[in-house]
Design a protein around this ligand. Structure first.
Ligand code: FES
Length: 296
C-alpha cells in the first residue's frame, strides 16, 4: 500500500472514530437529564415517594397522638405527684435500607459509556501505533529497502553496453557495471560471497550512495570511473576507490539470479566497499576526469 493510501485510510478511520466518540459523549450528557430516566427507575422513584409520604403521614399522626398522650400523662403525674414512667425510653430503631446502587455506585449506563470511550481510546492508540510502525518499517518487497527486481540479466548487460559501460537501476538506487572474468581469481580473495555471486555472473552491483558523506555518485563517461561531485572521491568502474576522501570503495548490494534470468537486488543489505588500495581489475582512467579528485 502506498504512503498516500495509508494516510487516506488513517484519516478516514480517525474521522469515523471521532464521530462515534462525539455521538457517545453527546448521548452521555443527554441521558443525565431528568427526562431520560428509564421506566424502571421512574417506577422505583414513584414507589419510594409513595412510601415516604405514607411514612410521614403515619409519623405525623403518631407524633400528634404521642404528644396528646404525653400531655395527659404529665397532667396526671402532676396531679398524682409521680414521675413520668417512660421519659427515658429508647426510641424505636429505624430499620436499615440498602442504598440505591444507581445513587452510590457506577450505574450500568455509566459503565457502558466509560467502557465505550476507553475502548475507543485504546483502539485509536493501537491504530496510531500500528500506522506509525508500518509507515517507518521498510517494505520487504517491491521497493527500495527490500528486494527490487531489475529485469533480465541479458537485458542488463545490453544496457551496460548501450550506457557506455554503466547501467543505472533507479528503483534500486544502484549502478550495475560489467565485471571482467579475468579479475575473478583476485576478487575471490577479497569480496564476500554475496558480492562474488554477481561478479560470477559478469556484473557488479553498486550503491549510488558515496561512502564519504552520502552524495549520489555519477558516472564519468570520459574517465570510465565513478566520480563524486561533492568532494571529489573517485572510484574505478567496479567501485574500487582511486582518490578522494572516501574511507573505502563503493558499497555493494547482493543480487540473486533466477533460472529465468531475472535479477533481483537486495537493497535492504549493504555490503561495505573494499578497503582503500584494492584494485582487482587494474583499470586506470581512460580519459579526462569529470572532477578534480582530491586527497582530503
Ligand atoms: S560525498 Fe562523495 S566525496 Fe564526499
Amino acid at each position: 500500500m502506498s504512503t498516500a493510501a495509508v494516510i487516506v485510510v488513517a484519516v478516514g478511520v480517525v474521522l469515523v472514530l471521532a464521530a462515534v466518540s462525539f455521538f457517545t459523549l453527546a448521548r452521555r450528557s443527554d441521558v443525565r437529564g431528568a427526562g431520560a430516566l428509564s421506566s424502571e427507575t421512574l417506577s422505583r422513584d414513584k414507589a419510594s415517594r409513595k412510601d415516604s409520604l405514607e411514612f410521614e403521614a403515619t409519623a405525623t399522626s403518631g407524633a400528634v397522638r404521642t404528644a396528646q398522650a404525653a400531655e395527659a400523662e404529665g397532667t396526671a403525674a402532676r396531679g398524682s405527684g409521680t414521675a413520668l414512667a417512660n421519659v427515658d425510653e429508647v426510641p424505636a430503631l429505624v430499620p436499615w435500607v440498602a442504598p440505591d446502587p444507581e445513587a452510590v455506585g457506577v450505574s450500568r449506563r455509566q459503565f457502558f459509556n466509560r467502557a465505550t470511550v476507553t475502548l475507543m481510546g485504546a483502539g485509536l492508540g493501537a491504530f496510531a501505533a500500528a500506522a506509525f510502525v508500518g509507515f517507518l518499517w521498510p517494505s520487504s518487497t517491491g521497493g527500495f529497502g527490500g528486494s527490487v527486481p531489475v529485469g533480465k540479466l541479458g537485458v542488463i548487460k545490453d544496457g551496460i553496453k548501450q550506457g557506455g559501460g554503466f547501467f543505472y537501476a533507479p528503483e534500486a538506487r544502484a549502478w550495475i557495471t560489467a565485471y571482467p572474468a579475468e579479475a575473478l581469481p583476485v576478487a575471490k580473495t577479497i569480496y564476500p560471497d554475496n558480492v562474488l555471486n554477481a561478479m560470477e555472473q559478469g556484473i557488479v552491483v553498486l550503491s549510488q550512495k558515496c561512502p564519504h558523506l552520502g552524495c549520489r555518485i555519477p558516472e564519468c563517461a570520459t574517465s570510465q570511473w565513478f566520480e563524486c561531485q561533492c568532494h571529489g572521491s573517485q572510484y574505478n568502474r567496479v567501485g574500487e576507490k582511486k582518490a578522494g576522501p572516501a574511507p573505502r570503495g563503493m558499497d555493494h548490494f547482493p543480487a540473486t539470479f533466477a533460472a529465468s534470468g531475472d535479477v533481483t537486488i537486495d537493497t535492504g543489505t549493504v555490503v561495505p566497499g573494499a578497503a582503500i588500495g584494492v584494485n582487482t581489475t587494474g583499470q586506470e582512467a581512460e580519459g579526462p576526469h569529470c572532477t578534480g579528485g582530491g586527497d582530503h
